[in-house]
Design a protein around this ligand. Structure first.
Ligand code: GTP
Ligand code: MG
Length: 194
């Protein structure tokens, strides 16, 4: 049996954390551009166009707030590591996201999305080191489970976990396409938001 979709609704896009509405608890989704952050928000809500997705990396450029209710929200952050936008735009989102992650009192958990087919990349590993160095609570979510051939899955799960220096059981594998892992992730999100 599958769990109910999260009743998320779009609240606002903010270019700095002060412009986000006050909330008691938030979870941030971060990860390489094109890894599937916005698609995952849609999948958790079982909606098609709640969060804008794109084949072109760099679609999400602001902190997008999707509320569960008045107290709890998910924040869809711009991705890192894409080259298709100007250097200034690329250079600007990093401080915005980093400041949000370091200074947001409501932040309960960071979901670091890693592409299940290719990751973790060098930038993902750097991000993991940064999260650990700052003692931020995080969960690694491996995306695009549907793109990994079933014969290769066990190996891929071990390799991805090893690359993240984590136990395979601590990584949540998901697919926005097939729905794999969404129940587990919904339960985790609700638990972390309290
Ligand atoms: P930015 O906003 O640029 O940071 O990217 P994002 O991480 O929000 O990625 P987005 O959700 O826009 O997805 C990027 C591409 O990956 C789109 O073409 C999606 O359709 C595809 N995609 C996302 N999730 C999955 C998945 O689970 N399976 C497959 N096969 N494709 C996926
Ligand atoms: Mg996006």
């Amino acid at each position: 049996m599958s769990s109910s979709p999260l009743p998320l609704h779009f609240v606002t896009s903010a270019d700095r954390l002060e412009r986000l509405p006050d909330r008691a608890a938030e979870i941030a989704l971060i990860g390489r551009s094109n890894v599937g952050k916005s698609s995952l928000i849609n999948a958790l809500a079982r909606r098609k166009d709640l969060a804008k997705t794109s084949k072109t990396p760099g679609r999400t450029q602001l902190l997008n707030c999707f509320a569960l209710d008045d107290d709890r929200a998910l924040i869809d952050c711009p991705g890192y590591g894409y080259a298709s936008v100007s250097k200034t735009t690329r250079a600007q989102w990093t401080p915005m996201v980093r400041r949000y992650l370091l200074e947001r009192a409501a932040l309960r958990q960071v979901l670091l999305l890693v592409d299940g087919e290719v990751g973790p990349t060098k930038l993902d590993v750097e991000m993991l080191e940064w999260l650990r160095a700052h003692d931020l609570p995080f969960t690694v979510v491996a995306t695009k489970h549907d793109k990994v051939r079933s014969a290769k899955r066990e190996r891929r799960k071990r390799d991805l976990a090893a690359g993240c220096q984590l136990d395979p059981k601590d990584i949540v594998w998901v697919s926005a396409e097939s729905g794999v892992g969404l129940d587990r992730l919904r339960a985790l999100v609700l638990d972390q938001l309290g």
